[in-house]
Design a binder for this molecule. Structure first.
Ligand SMILES: Nc1ncnc2c1ncn2[C@@H]1O[C@H](COP(=O)(O)OP(=O)(O)OP(=O)(O)O)[C@@H](O)[C@H]1O
Ligand SMILES: [Mg+2]
Length: 263
């Protein structure tokens, strides 16, 4: 009898020890996940800032080479002011995302967001044989963190442009309102995506834009779509893609509208 009680006691102590060990491992995993999250977010901040700095440096170089062109110099300075302000906003908003803080959601006109993106991108799409078509109702509003959704659409536009650099094409941005959500589509008639790649494109660091394969000078980091997915998840939305090699790709985003009384 004494030995049974002794065994139970020792099993109980062992179980207690294992439970404490398990709890401490769980808390270590959560610390490591937090650190990994901060690491990815830091890469993403650098990636987004780079998206804004690249067109700026081209503009600045152009302005320096044309010191007598007052209009060009003024435009370059205006873009510098605008993109720097956006870079600061992105940094702030991504750091809050890393800290798990609630971001301020605002009712925002999609048309205004999209127009601003094109003013931040400097190179004219026409120069690359790309026709831009937008079909967004003037009064269509999203409930979102504006700077984040703007970067999502910008990443989709940049990918669409990369996919059409070879032979030009059509970039279409359209949006519709359904009962409880807004649907946005960014489509191109470019290279398309290999079916085998479709399950990987939203993973961090997946890219096919390597030195050898990329026809633009731009080699990818594979962070654009991972960023898009993170932001759309944080907005409780969905992002998906349909694509066919050599025909093009269409990225679709569904963003929920706020429920009455939830604001
Ligand atoms: N519109 C598109 N057309 C064809 N392929 C695409 C398109 N969008 C994404 N892809 C594919 O998905 C991959 C991942 O895209 P993602 O934006 O995450 O990274 P990237 O563009 O390669 O690099 P980064 O955006 O970090 O500069 C791309 O390398 C490309 O293979
Ligand atoms: Mg990209």
């Amino acid at each position: 009898m004494a030995s049974i009680t002794g065994n139970r006691l020792s099993l109980h102590r062992r179980l207690q020890f294992l439970q404490e060990h398990n709890n401490s491992l769980k808390s270590r995993i959560s610390q490591l996940q937090h650190l990994a999250n901060i690491g990815t977010i830091s890469y993403m901040i650098a990636h987004e800032i780079n998206n804004l700095l690249t067109p700026l440096s081209s503009y600045a170089a152009l302005a320096l080479n044309n010191p007598d062109d007052k209009d060009l110099i003024e435009k370059a300075l205006q873009k510098t002011v605008k993109n720097s302000a956006r870079a600061a906003k992105i940094m702030e908003s991504m750091l809050s995302l890393a800290n798990g803080e609630e971001q301020e959601m605002k009712e925002t006109q999609l048309n205004t967001l999209v127009k601003e993106i094109f003013t931040c991108l400097c190179r004219d799409f026409k120069k690359d044989g790309i026709v831009v078509q937008t079909d967004i109702p003037e009064d269509l509003c999203l409930w979102c963190v504006p700077v984040q959704i703007q970067q999502v659409i910008m990443n989709l536009i940049l990918n669409a442009r990369d996919a059409m650099l070879r032979r030009g094409g059509v970039l279409t941005i359209k949006a519709t309102e359904i009962t409880d959500a807004v649907q946005i589509e960014v489509a191109d008639t470019g290279d398309g995506i290999e079916p085998a790649h479709l399950t990987s494109i939203f993973d961090s660091f997946f890219t096919t834009k390597t030195n050898n394969s990329s026809i633009s000078k731009h080699t990818g980091c594979g962070l654009g779509l991972a960023f898009c997915k993170k932001i759309i998840d944080a907005h409780h939305g969905l992002i998906s893609v349909e694509s066919e090699p050599n025909k093009g790709s269409a990225f679709k985003i569904t963003l929920p509208k706020p429920q009455p009384g939830s604001i």
